[in-house]
Design a protein around this ligand. Sequence first.
Ligand code: HEM
Ligand code: HEM
Length: 260
Amino acid sequence: MTAESTDPGQGQALGRPAAAAALTGDSTAEDMATLTRNSSVYVYEVPVRLWHWINAAAILVLCLTGYLIGSPPPSLEAAEATHQFFFGYIRFAHFAAGMIMTVGFFGRIYWSFVGNSHSKQLFRLPLLNRKWWSEVWDEAKWYAFLKKRPKKYVGHNPLAQIAMFFFMTVGMSFMILTGFALYSEGVGRGSLIDRIFGPLLDVVGGSQMMHQIHHLGMWAIVIFIIIHIYAAIREDIMSRKSMVSTMISGTRTFKDDDPN
Ligand code: HEM
Ligand code: HEM
């Protein structure tokens, strides 16, 4: 007996009996009716997804090690001071993750030129578009539980786009500039890094102030991460589309077929 003949509802629902049988061997007629209403769009390409998770891991390491650099733990007495390198490893992990984040960021900028339209959202805000601003307001109401039904977006919603632009695009640029200015002190006067980033130390008023604003930048990013993970999981449950799996598979699945 073939799969089609076990459930007469399948073929009618899809209008393609063979495809229906091949794809959904365990489905009931009810499942099939639901399946035809769902739609999915490939939105986040491989480089965007790879960058997202590598960047998230790098930022996690940067926050943990950065916090320890700013509030160092008491010296370990695992061995004679000469024979232990505990804080050196913390700083090394910070600088390595900082370099990975920087290279990834430039790669992501490159991809915004050659990737699909959604890959550009992180770098370009349609600030002069009035409809876009009204949708930002709309999303704010939805997040504040003041609206019953959210709109459907294929890429980032306008409120998420603004948050990502300021906390990530601007925030990461800030952390890279201030981080490399601090790094230039260690590399030494007259080095290439010192010649490029060293002058920034004078602009902000010295090394101590640079440490402080670099540190403050971390807390802005930590706030973003908390809100971001809350929003991703909340939207996965409450919105009309998939979220977390979209950043894994690249495919956005919509839960209904209503275009409005
Ligand atoms: C999300 C990105 C980053 C975060 C959250 C972060 C966080 C921090 C924090 C909290 C500190 C301690 C500041 C203090 O209180 O003195 C620090 C220090 C430092 N960071 Fe970053 N950082 C980031 C990116 C970078 C990058 C891209 C570089 C460039 C290589 C960098 C290089 C440094 C250096 C050189 C120090 C000073 C180390 C020392 O004084 O021993 N950081 N970072
Ligand atoms: C350090 C942690 C993280 C950082 C810095 C971060 C940053 C970002 C950035 C910059 C984007 C925009 C991607 C682009 O357009 O290229 C994004 C999107 C996204 N992130 Fe994260 N992320 C972090 C952790 C997470 C985690 C843990 C999850 C899952 C629970 C997550 C889920 C998502 C999702 C679902 C999107 C797409 C949102 C949408 O479709 O509008 N992120 N994230």
